[in-house]
Design a protein around this ligand. Structure first.
Ligand code: MRU
Length: 353
């Protein structure tokens, strides 16, 4: 895989190690970080060098292989036991994005079910990580195309609004919400994308804007608090966002701010779409109240870059995600097409496990 601008791959397997685009440094610097050990992959996920639910899943899958490679025993049972410890370490990085747990589980299952010696198990784990990555790329392309069919038919080209970054950087390389935007742009159905800056970590300003600029997709950056005004002005035809975890009833956790956006969209009669692969659905959870919400350091709120923007005496509450109730979601755009949130359970058997 290459890193040309039309094909941004946040996770690259090359010469026996992983290269990650350092998403904490974009857009000012384009750096690749080399990861050769599972410990370093866990740190990279926790510190958001790689972020976005599907990309975290791909990174964790390679992290599992790197961990497997570090295990020295040729005893199969001992190997599987030590692989569980690698899984625990990777699971402890970020709690909300279910793709992390889904990918780790899939790697563990493959290791348990593969017949053969430890070296063969290791090779099979690498092939599984590569398969997870390739599948996500194909899945996102399908999501993009299904999204085109689901978007409203308007006499003019579409003005879409998104939150956070659900683009190539957040997946294996095409994007979910931004995959829909990409497909609309390719088919000449897009006039403009409005991107929320996405406080506090600015994934919209730093990452979504960067991706769109690489491909000359027309993009207008707004602060999160401007979305309602833009909708009221008739500037937005539809909202498309990604997801970190979707409960069986369609309640959806995504970057904090998504819930407010969904309420505002409904108030203005604007369709609100969640674009996500089926691997983001956690069928074990009946509703969104069971989704664990990551809380991050208050420094993300108190500082913009290195600059302190508030008195040091205040307290902080910094949930990284919120849950949008299914009733506010017009449709889930998946690799199987657009699905009404209350129909999601019908697709349980189609989830790759
Ligand atoms: O904290 P982040 O940057 O990992 O959060 C990312 C999001 O909330 C994305 O919208 C979501 O993971 C979907 S990515 C296709």
């Amino acid at each position: 895989m290459s890193t040309s601008f039309n094909h941004v791959y946040p996770v690259i397997w090359q010469d026996n190690h992983v290269l990650l685009i350092d998403q904490t440094r974009l857009p000012n610097e384009f750096d690749l970080v080399q990861i050769s050990r599972s410990d370093d992959m866990a740190i990279a996920i926790k510190e958001m060098i790689v972020r976005g639910a599907p990309a975290i899943g791909v990174a964790a899958a390679y992290g599992m292989y790197l961990g497997a490679r570090e295990i020295e025993t040729s005893d199969r049972d001992l190997f599987l036991h030590q692989l569980e410890a690698v899984a625990d370490k990777l699971r402890a990085t970020r709690p909300t994005a279910v793709n992390l747990f889904w990918a780790i589980e899939r790697m563990l299952r493959v290791a348990r079910q593969t017949v053969g010696q430890v070296d063969y198990l290791k090779q099979t784990l690498l092939e599984t990580a590569e398969a997870i990555q390739l599948e996500d790329l194909q899945t996102c392309q399908a999501i993009g195309d299904h999204g085109l069919a689901a978007l409203p038919k308007t006499p003019h080209r579409l003005r879409l609004l998104t939150h956070c970054n659900a683009g190539a950087l957040a997946t294996a390389g095409y994007g979910t919400a931004l995959g829909v935007v990409r497909s609309a742009w390719r088919e000449e159905r897009l006039e403009r994308l409005y991107a929320d800056e996405t406080r506090p970590r600015l994934q919209g300003a730093r990452l979504t804007a960067w991706e769109c600029v690489q491909e000359q997709i027309p993009i207008t950056l707004i602060t999160d608090s401007m979305a309602a005004h833009c909708m009221k002005q008739g500037m937005v035809d539809a909202v498309v966002v990604g997801a970190d975890r979707i409960a069986a009833n369609g309640d959806t956790a995504n970057k904090v701010g998504t819930y407010g956006l969904a309420i505002v969209a409904q108030a203005h009669g604007i369709p609100f779409f969640v674009a996500a692969p089926l691997s983001t659905v956690d069928f074990q959870l009946t509703d969104g109240s069971q989704i664990p919400i990551e809380e991050r350091d208050g420094r993300e709120i108190s500082h913009v870059g290195d600059t302190l923007i508030c008195p040091t005496e205040v307290e902080f509450y910094n949930p990284a995600f919120d849950v949008t109730p299914a009733r506010l979601i017009s449709a889930m755009i998946t690799e199987h097409g657009a699905i009404a949130p209350d129909q999601l359970v019908q697709y349980r058997d189609r989830q790759v496990v």
